[in-house]
Design a protein around this ligand. Sequence first.
Ligand SMILES: [Fe+2]
Length: 384
Amino acid sequence: MHAWNFRTPVLIAFGEGKAARIGALVKGRTSGKVLLVTGPVLLRTGVVEPVLQSLRKAGVPFALYAETSGEPTSRHADEALALFRREDCAALVACGGGGPMDLAKAVSLLHANNGNPRDYARKDASPRPGPPIFALPTTAGSGSEVSGNTIIIDAASQEKLLIGSPTLVPEAAILDPLLTLSMPPSLTAATGMDALTHAIESRVSRKATEMTIPLSLRAAARLVRFLPLAWERPDDAEARRECLLGALEAGLAFANSSVALVHGMARPLGAKFGVPHGLSNAMLLKTVTAFSLSGDPHGYAQLARAMGGDAAGCDDMAAALLPPLLDDLAARLKIPRLRERVGREELDAQCETMVREALASGSPANNPREAGPEDIARLYREAW
Ligand SMILES: [Fe+2]
């Protein structure tokens, strides 16, 4: 196996009540004002309240940016950056799903380096470190709290730009299962399937390492068991805790080994048709997995066994259990088909551009089975 690096935040704190201690944590690690980045629904429904209270109690001055609902664009990044500078902030606290955490990373990046997100969506970009980020996820999905990746939609072209740099790994990831309790079942399903996709893709990625493989397998086992329970009973504390832990394990795994073809193909679906990130992965996962099995039968067999497949036979037989297992899970979680969100004519019209953007993101190059433009176009239509 090849040599590797394994990067994490300086601190990962996990457990019920951790969000209520964010104020003291921030105060001990920075001085000055912070910009709290969150979403309007989280603010309105009070999910972010423990964070607000904790910052006030600790006497940490803060400004608030809560304008991103869903996935952030370069316009959001410009607005939040202007606020960060106007308020003379020194650090960022991001509380939300992948969107607010990704946005906080963009602000940190642009504050230290100037320019536009597009300038840093290249492999050879090596940005300077920016102000520290304290990340509190409210979904059990994106893994953004431990990764150096951010996805920003270019407001002009609607392309999803993937920026990856070690300098974007948050200073601290604070995971409090209580913040995830109010997720409705559809969000639990979409974000949980995103986490499961991280677990699967990180296991079979060409960049998988000795450090990431056990995390990928543990995450897959945990998520397949507890995701349906959290979906059925949103206030099941144990299921919420296990799903958040599974999403963290999967996040650490893919942050250090990369995702692959499913993610590469999912991003253009989000950018062109507004399909949320988790859902677009969920809609493609089974089809792309079935295509990719032959590239790494052992890796997929390990996943199938971890996920409870009755897999005593050889690797090929065990790996073949995975697509039906994923079908069952998607049915239990009521994941819609792609055709329920995107018309066939629209899909055909955008297919060529989506194939180009999927390949340009670099993620498909990590897939265990190589996929050319024609394969990718066929897989979009098959998943439809
Ligand atoms: Fe993802």
